[in-house]
Design a protein around this ligand. Sequence first.
Ligand code: F6P
Length: 538
Amino acid sequence: MTTSVTQLPAWHALQHEQQRLDGQHLNQLFAQDPQRFERFSLRLADLLFDFSKQRITQSSFDALIALAEARDLPGAIRRMAQGELINHTEGRAALHMALRNGGTWQVAGQLVSDEVAHTQARVRHFVDALWAGEIRGATGQPIRHVVNIGIGGSDLGPRMAAHALHAYTGPVKVDFVANVDPAELRAVLAQAQPEQTLFIVSSKTFTTIETLTNAQSARTWLQAALGEAAVAQHFAAVSNNVAAASAFGIRPERVFAMAEWVGGRYSMWSAIGLPLACAIGMEHFQALLAGASDMDQHFMTAPLHANMPVIMGLLGIWNTDFQDAPSLAVLPYSHVLGELPAYLQQLEMESNGKRVLADGSPVGVHTSPILWGGAGTVGQHAYHQLMYQGTRTVATDFIVVVGADDPAQRILVDNALAQSAALMAGKDQATAQAELLAKGVSASEAERIAPHMVCPGNQPSTTLLMPQLTPRALGRLVALYEHKVYVQGCIWGINSFDQYGVELGKQMARNIDALRNDPAKLDASTQGLMAAVDACRC
Ligand code: F6P
């Protein structure tokens, strides 16, 4: 019988902390503790993690750490690192750390580092040859355009990182196609020359309908231009299902394997990163891996109270289960990190969007927050209004890249710092009224308008700040979120590494045609919608 976290004395201690802090504003907590920033911030290399704008004091922080100890988090971290089958429903390890720094990693007692090194050497050989113009198409022209066809974990990570590291790209243009909506592939092919284009079909299972449909469409496009025989030179694949990739017609030397102990949403470090490596080259791809390895070492060795992923994970649980914050906004103040929220949506919500404990009993608390977000300052002119004057607590991660010292960049960074400060401080009625009077507004008008200007503040946030968004810095950042997610899964007592829920919709999509006209199996609304669709197609 897995113990629900609500049974733990440590959880009850946190409920006590929640009551004790209820009604206290962050402004007061800063006023009471001039050392608050030093107390509640951490650094790892050039990454600063400032969590002092979270609604905690030293005793609530200690109570969160006590919860992690009560849940034997150090043991859970060890079990993951030792390659135990922690993904107990699928009987798999979750050893994405083994992809980052060589070392001697084992899965269920079997050494896996050799196969990791072998695949990395194959990826390096391919990418170096591609950059050198030695990978040629059916007409002999060097491949200069790579199109990755994949979805979910076989798309979001490499796409996000290629966008984030645009400044590090080389001679090969890389595009990503995920949606089965033909418009996405069409738009990419409209910019493509068949002679110079190579498709990478990325799919752990090689069974995902969107990916197989797009791969087939790409093949038809290529064949129309260059003939059937050209497929072999213009396709590669990344998969755990090597047989299916070969059956699709991809030459064995162009199939890059990924291990089953790498979860899709944790796979950008594996051969699934091939399109990313094609974009930024192996030196920068290695630096990305090294950054993630920095965070791995920190996660595995730092004491809980000074461990960035552990603290970030615990604060997320504090906000979700004790501060009534149902969502997490991730706001990168960096245009090139614009794809990060979408990537983190899969990482966090597909991992921890779960409702049962290991033994299948209800988890008993809220689990993954709803993650959303977008690039700053763009979001300020869209959804920040709700964060200032809405009725919900919104927990926020601000991600700040200091960057070059130019006027526009200064405005960007100033706004990031100002937003977390203003969302915390708020504005009370007296201040609003005084401002209106100072502008010459009449007393009665000021009294009428001021309530509409009040911002309660007290919005909790964390700021992650780095000088530059280098490949190594990005590696650290992404690994931080991966480990934070694992920490939360361990505390909640859920399996962060399966995703059975998504199969229901896929199954129905596969059968929907067969279910037509069977009201016993398909609800009236969907029947009605299908009839409406048919009418549109006539
Ligand atoms: O449907 C969800 C999912 O299984 C994700 O977990 C995965 O990343 C994605 O689909 C793509 O799967 P594959 O890489 O097997 O095509």
